[in-house]
Ligand binder design. Structure first.
Ligand code: NI
Length: 200
């Protein structure tokens, strides 16, 4: 159900974020006047949240480490579990480099995803997966920073009566919290693992 959203978000990221790539095809002289020689992607930024142990954390607590950031929610029936399985499998396959990467699940559903709920969920995917939640305002700020779309929609089949349509992207961020690359829950584990293993 989220493939279309992922595609839309992907286009948005490519169009809005990857200034550096846009520079590559053209001669330097032609682009020098319109684009800076280095471009910062527009994905990522400060966040202030609560982890699954109940501790307040910010993006700065992860400085010095790579982050694999996925936005989802624990009641998601299919896409989120796929995304988190891909993250976990890629980490397991990336070898020693994986030790320098922190996988994060930032909830889009803070109402149901309390720290306790996240604590009962994240270890089933990976022992180092960090679950993050917060007030609705804190979560909304994190969504905005990462340009993630999440919309609550009615769902009579769900016990709570609602679910979320949301972007399903896995963001790879560098040691300074800046964007490197992104994948989706449908990207092959091998491709992600290869990219992780190449990190400097
Ligand atoms: Ni989901």
């Amino acid at each position: 159900m989220n493939f279309r959203l992922a595609a839309v978000a992907l286009v948005a990221v490519l169009a809005g974020g990857l200034v550096a790539l846009a520079v590559l095809p053209g001669p330097r002289e032609q682009v020098a006047n319109v684009l800076p020689s280095t471009g910062k992607a527009l994905v990522g930024g400060p966040f202030s949240l609560v982890d699954h142990t109940g501790k307040a954390v910010t993006d700065k607590d992860f400085r010095g480490r790579y982050m694999l950031v996925y936005f989802g929610f624990t009641h998601c029936p299919d896409v989120c579990p796929s995304g988190l399985q891909v993250v976990a499998a890629a980490l397991d396959k990336a070898g020693a480099k994986a030790e320098q990467i922190t996988p994060l699940l930032i909830t889009v559903d803070p109402e149901r995803d309390t720290p306790e709920q996240l604590a009962s969920y994240v270890p089933s995917f990976h022992p180092r997966l960090v679950g993050l939640t917060g007030t609705p305002e804190q979560v909304a700020a994190a969504l905005k920073a990462y340009r993630v779309y999440a919309k609550r929609v009615d769902d009579p089949k769900s016990s709570a009566g609602y679910t979320f349509d949301h972007t399903s992207l896995i963001y790879l961020m560098d040691r300074n919290g800046e964007y490197i690359a992104h994948f989706t829950h449908a990207t092959s584990v091998d491709r992600i693992a290869e990219r992780l293993a190449k990190l400097q």
